[in-house]
Each structure stands twice: as structure tokens, then as C-alpha cells.
Write a protein of this length. Structure first.
Length: 201
């Protein structure tokens, strides 16, 4: 099993967490979780990179307890793994889990679109999100696209009343973002869903 030093060359912890800001007036663990999750998704913490509990706590100027809680949440979502003699590392990309999440999401959201069409839901609130995704896709800005994509699908889930199910799928799809093909796949899925939504209006 490779030692942590093998992975340290993949990233510089100090630069990764340089812009991290923690508001001590709010719960700390959720903020650490969001900070780590964002850096995993945008590949600043690449697959195989070691996340040191002590070092993360030091760089973020917090105690180890909220960092530990954040790492536990990330592990439950499959974004990190705890490896003997190595510690916590960013999980490798899992193509099987990605394919499964895509399949489930397609099935659920096709049903959502049908439901919204049948109930005559007001979809005007989706228009700014769609426009933002188009702009990001045109500039190959996959992180901005993903951020608006999450908001778009969260809005769809809210309209259909399946927020918890949608959230579970979102977690699995997070693992696809570091992939080079992420934007192409999201753009294709986005185009298909847009066509379906537009057909209902």
C-alpha cells in the first residue's frame, strides 16, 4: 500500500485550503464538509490525494472534531476512503456507480417531467437556471455548469416533491465531475431534459 508521501505530490495542501474561510458563528462541520466536497469535485483534491485530519484542521484554523465529522460524511457518500496505513484519501472514480446513478436519475427525472406536465406546474422559475447553464456550456465551464445544474435539478425535485431522492442521486453524480467527459455528458443530458421540459410548455 503506497505511503501518504506518494500522494502528496498530487497537490499542495496549503494552496488547496488557502482561500478556505470558516465562519465560527455558524456550525463548523457543515462548512468544512462543503469546503472539502467542493475541492474534490473541482479536482483541487484529486483522486488518491490524502486528506490529513490534523493538517486540514490546522490550515482551516478549526479543531479536528468538525473535520472528522466532515470526513465521515464524505466517506458515507463515497467521495473519500479510509485506507489502512495511508489514512483518508479521495476516492477513485467509480464508473459503475456513475452509470448506475445516471440510469436512476434518467428514470426518475423523466417521471418528474411527466408529472409536472400533467399537473401544469409553473416552470418559469427554471428559465434563469437554464440560461445560466447554456452560458457555462458555451464557455466549457463545467464547474459553473454543474453548480447551476444542481440548482436546476433541485428546483425540479422541489416542484415534484422528491427532494430527498434527488439529493441522494446528486451525491453519486458528484463523482463524475473530475472526469474529462463530464461536461459533454452533462450537456447531452441537459439538452435532452430541456427538450422534454419545453415540450410540456
Amino acid at each position: 500500500m503506497p505511503r501518504p508521501e506518494t500522494y502528496r505530490a498530487l497537490f499542495d495542501p496549503a494552496s488547496v485550503f488557502a482561500e478556505a474561510t470558516i465562519d465560527t458563528s455558524r456550525p463548523i462541520a457543515p462548512q468544512v464538509y462543503d469546503m472539502l466536497r467542493t475541492r474534490i469535485i473541482d479536482n483541487r483534491l484529486p483522486p488518491g490525494a490524502v486528506i490529513s485530519e490534523a493538517e486540514t484542521a490546522r490550515l482551516c484554523a478549526v479543531s479536528r472534531t468538525p473535520v472528522r465529522a466532515a470526513i465521515q460524511n464524505l466517506a458515507s457518500e463515497g467521495l473519500v476512503q479510509v485506507r489502512p496505513q495511508v489514512g483518508t484519501v479521495v476516492a477513485p472514480l467509480d464508473e459503475a456507480r456513475l452509470n448506475e446513478a445516471v440510469f436512476v436519475r434518467a428514470a426518475i427525472e423523466c417521471a418528474v417531467v411527466r408529472h409536472l406536465a400533467e399537473t401544469g406546474a409553473d416552470l418559469t422559475g427554471l428559465e434563469p437556471l437554464l440560461a445560466a447553464q447554456f452560458r457555462a456550456a458555451e464557455h466549457d465551464d463545467y464547474m459553473t455548469f454543474f453548480r447551476h445544474d444542481e440548482a436546476f435539478h433541485a428546483a425540479l425535485a422541489g416542484l415534484a416533491g422528491i427532494i430527498e431522492v434527488s439529493g441522494a442521486i446528486r451525491v453519486r453524480l458528484s463523482m463524475m465531475l473530475p472526469m474529462v467527459a463530464a461536461l459533454r455528458w452533462l450537456a447531452a443530458w441537459f439538452s435532452m431534459l430541456c427538450a422534454m421540459v419545453c415540450a410540456t410548455t
